[in-house]
Design a protein around this ligand. Structure first.
Ligand SMILES: [Cu+2]
Length: 239
């Protein structure tokens, strides 16, 4: 079971590397200066003639100011750029002309979800629609008229408690139709790295891209009252 899908693998490592570089540079600089320029007993430490409450204009360095504004700006633009494709993949509209997941599957049609390594996105021939309703403090699944092989729901025992269970088919793309009957919740498909808020009286959707055969949890990630922490369900993806 992968905790991160291929969709975010590259981003994860890339962000990790930049965090280490920027963090290492910043904290290295901070600690070096903190100790190197530390005041010492019995020595006139105010060699720079600093006055309390007066900005040391004579130390202004335009090049440095411009550099630490421009460099992070380019880094942020670059990180936004490399995040675009995965985010576009996961937030793409249904039935879009140039969409990743085609139209809704006809009865009996397979969705054929696959990972397109060259584009770094998931694609499918078509998708299946399933319903999820959240309430204090559990979930209700709806398979509409999908065949049992594609979607089924029941009850599963998770650490001694009976919880709702949703069974999906591997290599299938699902579009959820979601709402809440009370307060705001947010179903998080842990293994897929996706979550979306659901609201009372509103419909929201997210792509559930069942790529691997695995069992994982669906967890509520919007605090919704006393039993928020127990608002979980089991998701099983079968071959
Ligand atoms: Cu909740």
């Amino acid at each position: 079971m992968g905790l991160i899908t291929p969709l975010y693998d590259m981003l994860w490592y890339e962000y990790l590397v930049w965090s280490l570089l920027v963090g290492g540079f910043t904290f290295g600089w901070l600690y070096h200066h903190t100790f190197f320029y530390r005041s010492e007993e019995g020595i006139d430490n105010n060699v720079d003639n600093l006055e309390v409450g007066v900005f040391p204009v004579h130390y202004d360095n335009l090049k440095l100011e411009v550099a630490w504004t421009i460099l992070p700006f380019f880094l942020i633009v670059y990180l936004a750029y490399i995040s675009w494709e995965p985010l576009d993949n996961i937030w793409s509209a249904a039935n879009a002309e140039d969409g990743y997941f085609g139209d809704e599957c006809l009865a009996g049609e397979a969705s054929n979800l696959y990972w397109d390594d060259s584009d770094g996105v998931y694609k499918a021939d078509c998708y299946h629609v399933i319903g999820i309703t959240g309430f204090q403090w559990s979930w209700e699944f709806d398979c509409y008229d999908l065949e049992e092989d594609l979607c089924a729901h029941g009850v599963v025992n998770i650490e001694g408690n009976d919880k709702p269970h949703l069974m999906l088919k591997a290599d299938s793309a699902y579009l959820t139709v979601m709402t809440s009957t009370d307060v705001t919740h947010a179903p998080w498909f842990v293994s897929h790295g996706v979550k979306e808020d659901i609201h009372y009286g509103k419909i929201s959707s997210q792509w559930v891209l069942a790529d691997d055969v695995e069992d994982f949890l669906l967890i509520c990630t919007e605090y919704c009252g006393d039993n928020h922490a127990y608002m979980i369900a089991g998701i099983s993806v079968h071959a």
